[in-house]
Design a protein around this ligand. Structure first.
Ligand code: SME
Length: 138
């Protein structure tokens, strides 16, 4: 992670690619980063279909709710969520895990799946570990 030949965004993109390539039910993998002044999330590196939702207000959608709650959000079925921002009609489920640097929630990893209800506690523990490693880049 400390190889200076690659920028932080290049490393984050590589993390997204590894996850999307190796876990069959991870369809879209990306990072959002918080601006605490404007209370908005901003799309960072991602792998998967381009999304119109590059800026998300705190509180809005699954991602915006995690910016406020500081807790993992596992959505087995996005159709059952009222406060949800659809990026693609093929997406059936989502998991968002906050990214903490020195105890501060600076953003999140967001994963969409085309599979219904695929995420388990193993995904949560794994993505918490990924984010702990990613936090070392900051
Ligand atoms: N579905 C998310 C929006 C981001 S896209 O999944 C890339 C949400 O409800 O916050």
């Amino acid at each position: 992670t400390n190889n200076p030949a690659f920028s932080r965004d290049e490393k984050l993109l590589a993390v997204c690619g590894l996850l999307e390539q190796n876990i069959a039910y991870y369809t879209w993998v990306g990072f959002y980063f918080a601006n605490h002044e404007t209370k908005t999330l901003h799309l960072g590196p991602y792998v998967g279909a381009p999304t119109d939702h590059t800026v998300i207000p705190f509180g809005k959608g699954i991602c915006g709710q995690v910016a406020v709650s500081n807790e993992n959000f596992v959505v087995p079925d996005v159709a059952a969520q009222d406060n949800y921002i659809a990026c693609s009609f093929t997406v059936k489920s989502e998991i968002v895990v906050p990214l903490f640097v020195n105890g501060e929630n600076i953003g999140q990893i967001d994963i969409d799946s085309n599979v219904l209800d695929p995420f388990t506690e193993a995904d949560e523990r794994f993505l918490e570990f990924v984010n702990q490693e990613v936090a070392k880049l900051f």
